[in-house]
Design a protein around this ligand. Structure first.
Ligand code: TRP
Ligand code: SF4
Length: 405
C-alpha cells in the first residue's frame, strides 16, 4: 500500500455519538484524523443511526451526545475548512444504499461478523436480536461505499466490518458492472493517459490477464491512482478493465489503522468510559489534577521509602505518552531508588495533560457559546456530503434497473 497511497483518494470515517470525548478518543482517533485532513479529502460523520442499533430504547440521549461530540471534534482541531463534517441521518442516501445493498448481501456474511455475537454477549441487558443490529456492518458499508472512499481510518475492532464492505462492493460490481460498450470506453480512456502510460497500462494488463502476474496488477493500480487527467468514471473503468471486463462502480476501501497505540487509562487498562478510568477533553483542571493524584501506583510502594517498579505502575504508562527522555530517566531512577515520591512523579504528567487540554478547552468554550456556528458547519457538511452521495446513488439505482421513469 504505502507507496501507492494516492493523495487523490477520499478518506471517510464515522464515530457513534457517545457524548463528550476523552483522551482515549483524542490519542486513538482524533489526532489521526487531524493529520489526515491536511493530506486527503476527508469526510467525518456522526453515526447516529449506528447508535440507535444498540440504543434504540434511549432516543432522548441522541441530540445532546451528537452536539457534544461535534464540539469536541472541532475543539480538538478537526477543521471544517479542511474536512467535511456531517451527520449520517441527514444524508438519507446512506439508507437507500443500505436497502439496495441488502438485496445482494447473503445473511451468512453478516451473521459471521465477530462483533455480531460478541456484542450481543457483552451487552446482555439489551435485546440485540434485531434486524437493524444484524445489519450494522452493512449500514457501515453503505456509509463508505456511497462516497467511494478509498481509505477508512478505523480501529482493529472495525477491520471485519471493512472486510464485509469489500466483499459487498466486489459482489455488486460483479453483478452490475457490465455496461454496454465497456471495452470501447475503456480503450478510449487508456488513450487519455498519454502515450507512455497507455503503453505501460496495456502491458501490465496483458501480463496480469495472460500470466496471472499479480505484481503487474499492483503496479497497474498504482499507475491509475496517480493519473490526474482522467475522470472518476474512466478511472473506475480502467480499474475494472485491468482485472477483467466489468466496470468497478463501487470502490473497495482499505482500512487505515492508526499508528497511535492504545491510550492507557487511570488504572492502567485501556482508557474507556465503561471502565470509569477516563479524563474527558473538557475535564476541569482541578479534576484532572485530582484524578491523576489519586491514581493507583505500584502497590509495592506503600511508604515513600519503599522502592518501586515503573513497569508495575499505570503512571509510567502515562509518562510514555507524555514525557520526554529526561523525565523518563527521572522516573526510572527516582522510583527504583525511592528517590522521589509518587506525587512528585505524577506532576509532569499533570502538567502535560493540562498543557494539552488548555487550548482544546478554550476552543470548546467558544463553540459552546456559539451553537449556531456549529449548526452551520454541520449544515454545510451535510449538503456537500449529500451531493456526493447522490451521484453514487444515481449510478447504483441505474445499474440495479431502477433508472426507468
Ligand atoms: N462502527 C464504527 C465504530 O463503532 C462507526 C462507523 C459507522 C464507521 N460507519 C462507519 C467507521 C463508516 C468508519 C466508516 O467505530
Ligand atoms: Fe509509579 Fe512514579 Fe510512584 Fe514509581 S514513583 S510507583 S512510577 S508513580
Amino acid at each position: 500500500m504505502s507507496s501507492s497511497v494516492a493523495q487523490n483518494q477520499r478518506v471517510l470515517s464515522g464515530m457513534r455519538p457517545t457524548g463528550r470525548l476523552h483522551l482515549g478518543h483524542y490519542h486513538g482517533v482524533l489526532k489521526n484524523w487531524i493529520e489526515l485532513q491536511h493530506s486527503y479529502e476527508c469526510l467525518f460523520f456522526v453515526a447516529d443511526w449506528h447508535a440507535l442499533t444498540t440504543h434504540y430504547e434511549q432516543p432522548q440521549m441522541l441530540a445532546e451526545s451528537v452536539w457534544e461530540m461535534v464540539v469536541d471534534w472541532l475543539a480538538a482541531g478537526i477543521s471544517p475548512g479542511a474536512a467535511k463534517l456531517f451527520i449520517q441521518s441527514r444524508v438519507p442516501e446512506h439508507a437507500e444504499l443500505h436497502l439496495l445493498l441488502s438485496m445482494i448481501t447473503p445473511l451468512g456474511w453478516l451473521e459471521r461478523v465477530p462483533t455480531y455475537k460478541d456484542q450481543q454477549e457483552k451487552l446482555k441487558e439489551k435485546d440485540l436480536s434485531t434486524y437493524g443490529f444484524l445489519g450494522y456492518p452493512l449500514l457501515q458499508s453503505a456509509d463508505v461505499l456511497i462516497y467511494k472512499a478509498g481509505l477508512v481510518p478505523v480501529g482493529e475492532d472495525q477491520v471485519a466490518h471493512l472486510e464485509v464492505t469489500r466483499e459487498v462492493a466486489r459482489r455488486f460490481n460483479h453483478l452490475y458492472g457490465r455496461e454496454p460498450g465497456f471495452a470501447e470506453k475503456a480503450e478510449a480512456a487508456i488513450d487519455k493517459m498519454g502515450k507512455k502510460n497507455a503503453r505501460l497500462y496495456r502491458d501490465l494488463r496483458r501480463r496480469y490477464q495472460e500470466q496471472g502476474d499479480t505484481q503487474a496488477l499492483e503496479v497497474g493500480r498504482a499507475l491509475l491512482e496517480t493519473q490526474q487527467n482522467i475522470s472518476l468514471g474512466d478511472r473506475e473503468r480502467l480499474f475494472g478493465y485491468l482485472e477483467g471486463s466489468t466496470k468497478l462502480i463501487l470502490v473497495e476501501p482499505q482500512p487505515l489503522l492508526a499508528k497511535t497505540s492504545k491510550m492507557p487509562g487511570l488504572d492502567g487498562q485501556k482508557m474507556s468510559k465503561s471502565y470509569g478510568n477516563t479524563i474527558s477533553l473538557r475535564e476541569a483542571p482541578e479534576m484532572v489534577e485530582k484524578k491523576i493524584r489519586t491514581m493507583p501506583t505500584d502497590p509495592a510502594r506503600v511508604r515513600r521509602t519503599d522502592p518501586g517498579d515503573p513497569d508495575k505502575c499505570p503512571v509510567w504508562a502515562l509518562h510514555q505518552v507524555y514525557s520526554d527522555e529526561a523525565v523518563h530517566q527521572f522516573v526510572q531512577q527516582g522510583c527504583r531508588e525511592a528517590g522521589i515520591g509518587c506525587i512528585e512523579c505524577k506532576q509532569p504528567v499533570i502538567d502535560a495533560v493540562l498543557r494539552e487540554l488548555t487550548p482544546i478547552q478554550e476552543r470548546a468554550q467558544e463553540y459552546e457559546a456559539d451553537p449556531a456556528a456549529v449548526r452551520a458547519i454541520i449544515a454545510e457538511g451535510c449538503e456537500a456530503a449529500r451531493d456526493m452521495a447522490r451521484e453514487t446513488l444515481d449510478e447504483v439505482r441505474r445499474s440495479m434497473g431502477l433508472g426507468y421513469r
